[in-house]
Design a protein around this ligand. Structure first.
Ligand SMILES: [Zn+2]
Length: 258
């Protein structure tokens, strides 16, 4: 690869639906008990002259009446293929899909991407087949009649181990804490770096002002020390943070703004 490559990317958040009622303390550890809020499910389309990459594929509905998940609503326009099509991305032609982690709400609907390679951390695949008990539901692991969504595409998984340069200007960062194998994406843009740290920073409240006294770990986590280390890493990048379940991510249709 050309060491002098200066490729820059754009980021477009796409709304795949809405969780109308979520518990605040599940997103900000030990804060906001009993407070409810609504949040979007977001896929991120990353584009440059080198290609198009999708980060995360939204929740599925296979769990039916098991009651595993928070209520979820989706309009016709928010269905994955139409939502991507509205910004000129054909799901069945996409070649690169990054799965930030394997929680069901980030890794379902994979059959919509028949030509894609799915990039996921090996540590996350291991966790997904041996999750800690409180996260079994969110991985859809261990329930009669349920198969974790990623299991139907194992031949097209590309396992990565640790930080990985996917393309020039597009780096995958291993950011454990929410899960052991959560990966964020550090994106070089014309306006400087952006980072999507997915569910480590689901809502901007997790990040606060970006200092150690402001960080609030996600309420759903496997390791709070790892969360802290991952926050440190994010701060060290100096990148602008975009949240994965926060309506404010749609303040702009594209980052950076034209
Ligand atoms: Zn998650």
């Amino acid at each position: 690869m050309d060491a002098h490559d200066k490729t820059t990317w754009t980021i477009e958040p796409v709304c795949f639906g809405e969780f109308p009622i979520l518990e605040q303390s599940a997103f900000t550890y030990m804060r906001g008990f009993g407070e409810k809020f609504s949040a979007p499910s977001i896929g991120f389309v990353l584009r440059s002259k080198l290609g198009t990459v999708l980060l995360d594929t939204g929740p599925g509905s296979q769990s039916g009446d098991l009651g595993l998940h928070s209520p979820y609503t989706q309009t016709r326009e928010q269905e994955i293929a139409p939502a991507l099509g509205a910004i000129g991305v054909e799901a069945d032609e996409l070649e690169w899909v990054v799965l930030s982690h394997l929680h069901y709400d980030h890794s379902s609907n994979l059959d919509l991407f028949p030509n894609a390679t799915f990039i996921v951390q090996a540590a996350e695949v291991r966790e997904a087949v041996d999750p800690i008990r409180p996260q079994r539901g969110i991985y859809e692991f261990g329930y009669e009649g349920l198969v974790p969504p990623w299991m139907s595409v194992t031949s097209r998984l590309r396992l990565v181990r640790g930080d990985t340069r996917l393309f020039p200007g597009l780096d995958l960062l291993l950011l454990p804490g929410h899960t052991p194998g959560t990966q964020g994406v550090l994106v070089r843009t014309e306006a400087g770096p952006y980072i999507i740290a997915v569910d480590l920073i689901s809502v901007l409240d997790n990040w606060g002002a970006g200092g150690p006294d402001d960080w609030v770990s996600p309420g759903i986590h496997v390791d709070l020390r790892e969360c802290e280390r991952s926050f440190e890493r994010i701060r060290a990048t100096g990148a602008t943070v975009l949240a994965s379940h926060d309506w404010r991510t749609f303040d702009q249709p594209k980052y950076p703004a034209r």
